[in-house]
Design a protein. Structure first.
Length: 357
């Protein structure tokens, strides 16, 4: 039973249309503190201890709602901490077919339909409902996504549960149903920097990914056909490696992504990804039911506007571990399906567990 836990619900401000955005803070003192707002079911803060017990925020974001609503940020489609849907990543040709019908998806980042489109789930107002169980406290966010939204078929009811527990875990669980065959591939787009200093890069972070294969991309970051073995490439994180060392390698795939912006095929018997920051001692273990992880090393940050505590986010200021189905899975019968049929329930769960090493 969690006796020390605390839950705060507050207003985070209003949109120009007058919608009130709520923010839920889940706290287990000295262990973990997470804040999530109803706009985009977005993780805005995540505080965890370093080896001296100092609690610091390990995700990028803004101190106020205005930061998230500013034009410069909205136009970049950066998705700091947001829930991504309906479909994470890129779908080649911005199109897919279901039951003989072709669906063309609207472009939002240049000529790409990215992360659910112009107004994806990251921009929707979710309804948040707090809960408490014997072992955890959390919030259930729910959303109705109507048929045709951003070009996708099917009326979808989706929920995202954020929960924290005494083990220092943040658990994110997705559930969705539809009334028409469709595709769904949600994820969370948190940018982690375990140093707690958001003006730093993540070059000194060490990364372990139990993946033998990654999916190469073209110059526009669209996934190519063939999975490649990580062996002898900057994408070999089977043994822990410093991210800065991998990024410094001279490899055409790093040029295409401007850094790492690639999906890794997870080893299903050991889907544990580890991010470690030696200086603070913070260690994050990411455990997922998803078949892949899109690793993105904040390659396009330009530091043009201030983030939290007036820090300017520069290139490689953080890393995203977007656990999900493969990008472009809608057009790839050889990948685990992202199709959702009526009378089925989509389910997926990712745990971010924080410990000290
Ligand atoms: C994508 C990147 C994109 C970034 C921010 C990542 O998930 O793979 O290509 O720039 O999100 O939108």
């Amino acid at each position: 039973m969690i006796s020390e836990c605390q839950m705060h619900i507050a207003s985070f401000g209003q949109t120009p249309e007058g919608q009130v955005i709520q923010i839920f803070t889940l706290e287990i003192p000295g262990v973990i503190k997470a804040s999530i707002m109803t706009l985009g079911a977005t993780l805005t803060e995540l505080h965890v201890p370093d080896r001296f017990g100092k609690m610091e925020d390990v995700v990028l974001g803004f101190d106020s709602l205005e930061g998230y609503l500013q034009d410069a940020y909205q136009q970049e489609y950066c998705y700091l901490g947001a829930t991504i849907g309906r479909v994470a990543g890129r779908t080649n040709g911005n199109r897919f077919e279901i039951e003989g019908r072709l669906y063309q998806l609207p472009e939002n980042q240049g000529d790409v339909h990215l992360h659910g489109g112009v107004s994806g789930w990251d921009r929707k107002l979710w309804v948040g409902k707090p809960f408490q169980s014997e072992n955890e406290i959390g919030v259930d966010f729910s959303l109705f996504s109507p048929n045709g939204e951003e070009g996708y078929p099917g009326n979808i009811h989706v929920s995202v549960r954020y929960a924290v527990n005494l083990e220092g875990e943040l658990k994110i669980s997705y559930e969705a149903t539809t009334d028409h065959a469709t595709i769904i591939n949600p994820t969370n787009h948190s940018y982690f920097n375990l140093s707690g200093d958001h003006s730093e890069t993540i070059f000194d972070h060490e990364l372990t990914i139990p993946a033998e294969h990654y999916l190469p991309i073209d110059g526009s970051c669209f996934p190519l056909e063939e999975l490649k073995n990580v062996s002898g490439s900057p994408f070999d994180f089977r043994k822990s490696r410093k991210i800065g060392v991998a990024l410094a390698e001279n490899h055409p795939q790093l040029k295409n992504g401007n850094g790492i912006d690639h999906a890794f095929k997870l080893n299903t018997s050991n889907p544990e990804i580890i991010l470690y920051h030696p200086k603070s001692g913070r260690r994050m273990t990411c455990i997922t039911t998803a078949p892949a992880v899109q690793v993105y090393t904040s390659n396009h940050f330009k530091g043009t506007y201030p983030g939290k505590s007036n820090s300017y986010y520069k290139q490689h200021a953080a890393i995203c571990l977007e656990t999900q189905g493969f990008p472009n899975a809608a057009n790839r019968p050889d990948f685990p399906t992202i199709r959702l049929n009526p009378n089925e329930t989509f389910e997926s769960q990712t745990i971010f567990k924080f410990t000290i090493q």
